[in-house]
Design a protein around this ligand. Structure first.
Ligand SMILES: *Cc1c(COP(=O)(O)O)cnc(C)c1O
Length: 399
């Protein structure tokens, strides 16, 4: 790596809290499915800013909306009506069975809103003092105190005790464990249809349908976290739509405004009664600028049928990566995923393979030590994925 990166690194060391373990790369610019580092090297982006930049980097259509809205109105707060929010809400609600939206600024905030809504629904609509949220081992719901409690992993909770009360974690995929975990205190179940940080672990259709049924039967809200797996990535707008279930509450964020910070919580008519004026709020949520951009994102997704593209290309890619595994016996444990949310689980630590791929110009993520995680822009070309598959075979052969 060049001298520029060293300088950036030294400067960062003095200026920023050390919360991030960075990749050895400084990114200077992006366009479409490509990124360039500070030394001018080009990369194929198979990570999309962690499932955020679904329509590719610096897309002209979005830049135009951004520039025009920046000159018209950026922010006035939620003390005022803003039509930009309504256009976005209509487009978003058009993608699923929900009837109301609350906008915020991140995935964790969307989950906080869902947790608060679930508690308030039980306590004020159902007049029942229920507050507990059941989550699943391997999940990730964010880094605020409540969402880190929901996430339930020691490495995210270390040194932050005590955790907020009201969360309970059970085995992923066990409906017996769910039946046993639900009590009078249970307000909701929160589930990622495809666990992202947990290593790309899709839920089984049988299990998610069982969860929905148990929730219905026991008077518990069924909530899905689609912060990572939503927005067309798995081949439908929302991953739960593969399974014929109808959650009460859904959260989303990452790809909603293609890189500008935005989150949303969607709910059915039934649960929406639990929030009244003053129940919940955010200063920044759905400002005019970010709303205009997110509207355009949804317009493009529909116009270009990006969920359909993700389904088709994803099916092909998963088959292609499996054949890469067959070409290099003993190296790949499993290739799994849905649409363009793909995990390649290696039999050993993936660090060396990941580094080799980075040196060959492919940006992706390594999660759970052994899982190469691909979350490319939904605009990625088949040729880019084919080149990656060949680079992967090379990397596996020499590791
Ligand atoms: C990223 C993520 C979050 C947290 O989103 P932030 O915007 O980082 O707060 C929550 N849930 C899931 C499934 C995620 O992937």
């Amino acid at each position: 790596m060049g001298g520029t990166l060293e300088k950036i690194r030294d400067s960062e060391e003095k200026l920023l809290f050390r919360t991030y373990g960075r990749y050895p790369l400084g990114i200077a610019k992006g366009s479409g499915n490509r990124l360039w580092d500070v030394d001018g090297r080009e990369y194929v982006d198979l990570l999309a800013g962690i499932a955020v930049v679904n329509l590719g980097h610096c897309r002209e259509e979005l830049a135009e909306v951004m520039a025009a809205q920046a000159r018209k109105l950026v922010h006035v707060s939620n003390l005022f009506y803003q039509e930009e929010q309504l256009e976005l809400a209509k487009r978003l609600l058009d993608t699923a069975h929900f009837s109301k939206v609350f906008f915020c600024n991140s995935g964790a905030e969307a989950n906080e809103a869902a947790i608060k809504l679930a508690r308030r629904y039980q306590q004020r609509v159902k007049n029942k003092y229920a507050y507990e949220v059941v989550t699943f081992e391997g999940c990730f719901h964010g880094r605020t105190l409540a969402t880190v409690a929901a996430t339930g992993q020691e490495r995210f909770q270390d040194g932050f005790m005590p955790m907020p009360e009201g969360f309970r974690q059970i085995e992923w995929g066990s409906s017996e464990a769910l039946e046993a975990a639900i009590s009078d205190k249970t307000a909701a179940v929160l589930l990622e249809p495809v666990q992202g940080e947990g290593g790309i672990r899709p839920v089984s259709g049988d299990f998610i349908r069982k969860v929905a049924e148990i929730c219905r039967k026991r008077g518990v809200l069924f909530m899905v976290d689609e912060v990572q797996c939503g927005m067309g990535r798995t081949g439908k707008y929302w991953a739960f739509q593969h399974f014929g279930v109808l959650p009460d509450i859904m959260t989303t964020a990452k790809a909603l405004a293609n890189g500008l910070p935005m989150g949303a919580m969607l709910g059915t008519d039934e649960v929406s009664a639990a929030f009244v004026a003053g129940s919940h709020a955010t200063t920044f949520g759905a400002g005019a600028l970010v709303s205009a951009v997110a509207s355009k994102v949804l317009e493009i997704m529909k116009r270009d049928n990006l969920p359909g593209r993700a389904a088709e290309l994803g099916d092909w890619a998963i088959r292609r990566f499996r054949s890469a595994g067959e070409a290099c016996p003993g190296k790949i444990g499993e290739v799994r995923g849905m649409g363009l949310m793909i995990g390649i689980e290696l039999r050993q630590s993936g660090k060396e393979v990941w580094e080799k791929l980075l040196r060959k110009g492919f940006i992706l993520n390594l999660t759970q030590e052994k899982v190469l995680r691909l979350l490319p822009p939904l605009t990625i070309e088949r040729e880019d994925l084919e080149n990656f598959a060949q680079a992967l075979e090379d990397a596996l052969r020499t590791s």
